[in-house]
Design a protein around this ligand. Structure first.
Ligand code: ADP
Ligand code: MG
Length: 320
């Protein structure tokens, strides 16, 4: 695999007033150059922690992050600076990353000023209208302010802000979760077009397996800080091997079918397989022994002692 990003055994624990929260537990993941890797899991499973570690908003307690062949996790803030433009992030709520007091044109120019030092004003103006055009907004949007835009338009601006400095990797943390379904589809198609046009690589995060299946080449399913299933989108959809993946799929296809019970507290994670407390297939072994992520078939990995096999169990409802 020609990997652009590699996470190796990454762990993260938060210390809160109530105790320690284990958000990521020795998670490993590779993203191939040019691919869209979808990361899916319920709220609280550790997805944003992983995203924030990749873009260095927070640091991991353990593990390595290798970007384009360089171990970036051990770099000083100064040494990391040159990678900052290559790894961009788009958040669920663009308000968290867009200054509402500045015009869109001003914000886009600011990105260029930071990362493209010495660019002439004319060139910047040209780049601003070019990047607005790329995300489906005409150049008049440069004069507008974030508050005058719809949710979809704001997310287009957030994508333009990430794209204008030509990154290699974009980490998108729930980029369509706050949008109406029709707008969601437009943004997903825009992201697919931009990936093709610029040969971009995405880590696309969502709690919705349907959304992730639409856009991703491969899917990583996360539960309580661990990757529990990983594989090509068609292989996962064709034969979900982890009972949790199956339950997530049921929950995203049918709003009346939700996962029973809540994700356990990461302050007090279950022993053995983290999913055993909600899994109808759990046996004694699952309560004591944590399964490792093992190869099931070519490129398809699962961490379950008793994976569902293509035929019989996948046709039954897993009853979760
Ligand atoms: P997700 O994005 O999948 O919802 P997060 O990575 O945001 O998951 O959170 C994983 C777990 O870590 C959750 O239980 C969350 O409450 C906890 N958590 C996240 N950030 C902090 C923090 N700064 N302090 C304490 N706990 C946190
Ligand atoms: Mg999150």
């Amino acid at each position: 695999m020609d990997s652009l990003l590699k996470l190796d055994g990454v762990s993260k624990e938060y210390k809160s007033a109530y105790g320690r929260v284990r958000a990521l537990c020795e998670s490993s993941l590779e993203i191939e150059r040019g691919e869209i890797l979808g990361l899916v899991g319920e709220s609280g499973s550790g997805k944003s922690s992983m995203a924030n570690i990749i873009v260095r908003l927070i640091s991991p307690d353990k593990g390595k992050i290798v970007f384009n062949g360089v171990e970036i996790s051990s770099l000083s803030a100064r040494a990391f600076r040159k990678f900052r433009r290559e790894i961009q992030m788009v958040f669920q709520d663009p308000y968290s990353s867009i200054n509402p007091k500045k015009s869109i044109g001003y914000l886009l120019k600011e990105c260029l000023k930071i990362h493209e030092k010495g660019m002439s004003d004319e060139e910047m103006e040209r780049k601003v209208s070019e990047s607005l055009d790329e995300v489906g907004l005409d150049s008049s949007y440069a004069k507008r302010y974030p508050a005058s835009l719809s949710g979809g338009q704001r997310q287009r601006v957030a994508i333009a802000l990430a794209l204008i400095i030509r990154p290699k990797l974009i980490v998108l943390d729930e980029p369509v979760s706050a949008l109406d379904v029709s707008v969601e589809a437009q943004i997903l198609n825009l992201l697919l077009d931009l990936r093709k046009k610029h040969g971009l690589t995405y880590l696309f995060i969502s709690h919705d397996l349907n959304v992730v299946s639409y856009i991703a080449d491969r899917i990583a399913v996360m539960y309580l800080g661990s990757i529990v299933e990983l594989g090509k989108t068609e292989d996962i959809l064709g034969a979900m091997a982890h009972p949790y993946t199956k339950a997530l799929f049921a929950a995203s296809s049918d709003i009346s079918a939700t996962l029973s019970g809540e994700i356990p507290s990461p302050m007090n994670p279950p022993s053995g397989c983290p999913f055993h407390t909600r899994c109808i297939y759990a046996k004694d072994r699952c309560r004591v022994e944590k399964p490792s992520l093992s190869l099931l078939s070519s490129g398809h990995f699962v961490s379950c002692h008793y994976p569902l096999r293509g035929g019989e169990k996948n046709e039954n409802s897993c009853g979760i």
